[in-house]
Design a binder for this molecule. Structure first.
Ligand SMILES: [Zn+2]
Length: 369
């Protein structure tokens, strides 16, 4: 798998030991110049229907997991029809499966036998599920504040769960100290194959909307895996002349941990780390600084996007509102609806809006509001 560093421009072959560039930047896959619709395997109803379009060394899965091709469902909220992309209907219950499925297929092909990851929960659960299916060892480091349901989910797959006290970064530091000891870093933040897998959500939306892009996609954004997957995916569709413009991408964060919003509103070129102002219900989005910071800001600019932060009360209310429509999602996932409710007056009457529902509510305790 050829990769490139967006920070310094180095291009190389990806290796298990070289999990990031020497300059400290994150590797990106060399994406195809444009989307080629004739390469879609229309008989495959998983993310591997795009297997021949992904910049990986594997083009068909070594183990079939049933990840991808999630439903797109219309609902009326506040007088407008919104489209919900049910990403939580995935084997481990979150959108992380899309990237992890691509990543584990790639790492297994490269000969990895043991995988390590630091995660606030969903990525760890997804990695543990895939490691189980592939017969690989997995060790997941989670912040000690992670919800017990998420830790139990990781453990039941057979992975080792190690809670790490202290801030979110402490879990990353603990993992990175272990690398080089025969373990592959299967990181949803750093791994380029993970990012490749997340582009498939853009391709699916394009197909499900009758070969069109939506006008808006409003989503929780922390490390930006799904956000950048949408950006890189729709950019390939745009380059292929298959859509007229990128959808406007809206990155929604919790006010208590909002590094992207702060950098965007400040007009900065990089995203500085923030000190969390307190615990947030949106635990999956409590990332003080995303590693692909320049790309996130670029995607916001190029898509005419918006970054905005919402309060804890708005998150809780949005979770309840979504439950009253029949969708029990986790608080992090409710950032999408909370963001939409902030923005709705700025969205044109005829414009289409997609809200990805990223994670199941069964992973945490309900917040009643
Ligand atoms: Zn570099």
């Amino acid at each position: 798998m050829r990769v490139r560093c967006n920070d310094c421009g180095t291009e190389t072959e990806f290796t298990l030991a070289g999990w990031r560039c020497d300059c400290g930047g994150a590797w990106e896959p060399l994406f195809p110049a444009r989307f080629e619709p004739e390469k879609v395997r229309t008989e495959d109803f998983s993310l591997w229907r795009y297997g021949d379009l992904l910049p990986l060394d594997v083009h068909a899965p070594a183990r079939v997991m049933g990840v991808g091709w999630t439903p797109l469902v219309p609902v009326r909220i506040g007088g407008r029809e919104l489209l919900l992309k049910l990403e939580f209907l995935s084997p481990s219950g979150s959108f992380k499966d899309r990237g992890v499925n691509a990543m584990v297929n790639q790492l297994a092909q490269m000969g990895a036998a043991a995988l390590v990851e630091d995660s606030s929960g969903n990525a760890g659960a997804s990695l543990a599920a895939h490691a189980a299916r592939f017969g690989l060892e997995a060790e997941i480091f989670v912040p000690a504040t992670t919800s017990p349901a998420k830790m139990q989910q990781i453990a039941v797959y057979g992975a080792t769960v190690t809670p790490v006290p202290g801030p979110r970064q402490a879990a990353s530091d603990a993992v990175q100290a272990l690398l080089g000891l025969g373990r592959a870093y299967a990181s949803h933040a750093w791994n380029p194959a993970y990012l490749a897998g997340q582009t498939t959500v853009a391709f699916e939306l394009w197909e499900q909307l009758g070969r069109q892009a939506p006008d808006w996609v409003i989503l929780p954004t922390a490390q930006g895996g799904q956000f950048l997957g949408l950006y890189f995916g729709f950019a390939q569709l745009l380059a292929g002349g298959l859509i007229a413009k990128l959808p406007r991408l809206v990155a929604v964060q919790a006010e208590r941990v909002a590094p992207i919003v702060r950098a965007w509103e400040g007009g900065l070129g990089r995203i500085p780390a923030v000190a969390p102002a307190g615990p947030t219900l949106a635990e999956g989005a409590a990332i003080p600084r995303p590693v692909r910071d320049r790309r996130i800001l670029q995607a916001l600019r190029e898509s005419d996007g918006i970054a905005l932060a919402v309060s804890e009360d708005e998150i809780a209310a949005a979770q309840t509102q979504m439950a009253h429509l029949g969708y029990y999602i986790e608080p992090t996932s409710a950032l999408a609806l909370a963001g939409y409710l902030r923005l709705q007056d700025r969205i044109g009457a005829g414009e289409s809006v997609v809200l990805p529902l990223t994670g199941s509510g069964l992973k945490g305790k309900p917040q009643i509001s």
